[in-house]
Design a protein around this ligand. Structure first.
Ligand code: PXP
Length: 239
């Protein structure tokens, strides 16, 4: 069964627009769990534009399923992760000017620091996932730096404006999933997935976890987070 990890960052985006206490992503995380989410994902960005350090601590204490902390591979973030001890750390590239994570990590560049950071996290009992584009080279490098999982970036698939591009991207994702599995890396995926495009991704071989945020939180505004999570779970399970 494919696990659904709900990313609650955008509840915090709304709160930060007013710099007040509501809506609280902690409440959202707990309701998402009650609705059947298998895990909660949060991204502590260096500019703290949505999730704050307080959220990370409170969510760590209250979430009962699995906490996935997305973060940049910086010294500051490694220190935070080692003190908070999420179940999973997903390392992502981060640019201050981007609206959301644009591409995967480029592991062909400067990976010695990364290797060291991953080792520290793993020694602390934290599973380490790398958010990468579905490219063979990135998967091989993920193995080289001793990651446990890869999260395949589905953004190009999700943003495709025609069937041909979408189909090609699914083929690329499928090949990437097969290679990752062959190298004993757990296969996860995410970014840009919504109620219309999630089902074909569920057929990727060896897929274990999906990280989905924006579409679920957007739908929550209209139908409530319980219904939004349930609907997404149902789509994944019937795919
Ligand atoms: N996975 C990663 C690594 C991400 O950075 C994000 C966005 O924070 C997501 C999944 C979720 O993407 P979306 O909000 O488009 O569902």
């Amino acid at each position: 069964m494919i696990a659904l990890h709900v990313n609650v960052d955008h509840i915090a985006t709304l709160r930060q627009a007013r710099q007040i206490r509501e809506p609280d992503p902690v409440t959202g995380a707990l309701l998402a769990e009650l609705a059947g989410a298998d895990g909660i994902t949060i991204h502590l960005r260096e500019d703290r534009r949505h999730i704050q350090q307080r959220d990370v601590h409170v969510i760590r204490e209250t979430v009962q399923t699995c906490l996935n902390l997305e973060m940049a591979a910086t010294e500051e973030m490694f220190a935070i992760a080692l003190s908070v001890k999420p179940d999973i750390v997903t390392l992502v590239p981060e640019k201050r000017e981007e609206v959301t994570t644009e591409g995967g990590l480029d592991l062909t560049k400067n990976i010695s620091n990364l290797h060291q950071g991953i080792e520290q996290l793993k020694n602390a009992g934290i599973r380490v996932s790398l958010f990468i584009d579905p490219e063979p080279e990135q998967i091989e490098k993920s193995k080289e730096v001793a990651a446990d999982d890869v999260e395949l970036h589905t953004g190009t698939y999700a943003n495709a404006t025609n069937r041909h591009t979408r189909e090609n991207e699914l083929v690329r994702l499928r090949k990437a999933a097969l290679l990752a599995h062959e190298l004993h890396l757990q296969v996860n995926a995410g970014h840009g997935l919504n109620y219309q495009n999630v089902q074909p991704v569920c057929h990727l071989p060896h897929l274990k976890e999906l990280n989905i945020g924006h579409s679920i939180i957007s739908r929550s505004i209209f139908v409530g987070i319980t219904e939004a999570v349930r609907e997404m779970r149902a789509l994944i399970h019937t795919a």
